[in-house]
Design a protein around this ligand. Structure first.
Ligand SMILES: [Zn+2]
Length: 255
């Protein structure tokens, strides 16, 4: 070995050893592995069930470093003005509640959520009188979030914001939801409900609002409806423990 060749050969031998020691993991596979590990940890730490674990996995890899970009990637383009107009024909004029100044002021709290989720001027908010006493919020096909007066009165402004964000998120998963209902795949239906919870928690977090408001709002709605004889459907809604545990896991993920 000549004095000059020694360092060169040592370096290449060292490099070869490194290359052998470090397994070659493609970036995408490494990311999948990180998501699987984060999900396994969350499953255990927060006692997530099937729907909760799957919904967590959906967000565990997507969020960082940009939750804003991830939500944008899930968001479908707004439906056309024609289609929105057609959807709004489902709202009967006689069911629309005239709002007092106090109630209108409460709805103003929804503006930052509409803006963050890029649905300003697209999604209307309608307060509709249902035939029964029920605290209700729902999404009307790309056109509106509908609320019952009881939901509006029962919830605090932050709870209303979180529930509203959950409803807006239903648009992201509408096709999958319809398919899962048609197939009676209720694990997926409940998973999608939790994904909507996740969008709500991310939204509240990004806006610097109360991330716990979703769970406190949901608890109030469930209690109110049970008291009025409308328990949650267990096939379509995650069990309360699952929802709470998932909410805690998402709050932790969005710290
Ligand atoms: Zn929902």
């Amino acid at each position: 070995m000549s004095p000059r060749s020694f360092p060169v050969r040592s370096v290449s031998t060292a490099f070869l050893a490194l290359a052998v020691l470090l397994p070659v993991v493609p970036a995408a596979a490494a990311a999948d592995l990180a998501v699987a590990e984060a999900t396994a940890r969350a499953r255990q730490r927060f006692s997530l069930g099937i729907a909760g674990g799957r919904a967590f996995e959906y967000f565990a890899g997507g969020g960082h470093p940009s939750w804003d970009g991830y939500l944008r990637s899930l968001r479908p383009p707004p439906v056309s003005a024609d289609r929105r107009a057609r959807s709004l024909t489902m709202v009967r004029k006689e069911d629309v509640v005239e709002l007092s100044r106090e109630r209108r002021a409460k709805l103003d709290a929804l503006q930052p959520v509409l803006a963050y989720l890029e649905r300003e001027g697209v999604i209307a908010v309608k307060v509709l009188r249902p035939p029964l006493r029920v605290a209700f919020a729902g999404f009307l096909e790309g056109a509106a979030v509908v609320l019952s007066p009881d939901a509006l009165d029962l919830l605090t402004p932050p709870e209303l914001q979180a529930v509203f964000a959950h409803e807006l998120a239903h648009e992201y998963f509408a096709g999958e939801y319809t398919a899962a209902r048609a197939k009676e795949d209720y694990d997926t239906v409940r998973e999608i409900e939790l994904r909507c919870d996740a969008v709500a928690i991310v939204t509240m977090s990004r806006l610097g609002l109360d991330r716990g408001a979703l769970l406190s709002g949901a608890a109030k709605v469930i209690t109110f409806n049970e008291r009025h004889g409308h328990p949650n459907r267990r096939d379509l809604s995650p069990a309360w423990d699952e929802r709470r545990n998932f909410g805690r896991a998402m709050a932790d993920l969005t710290r």
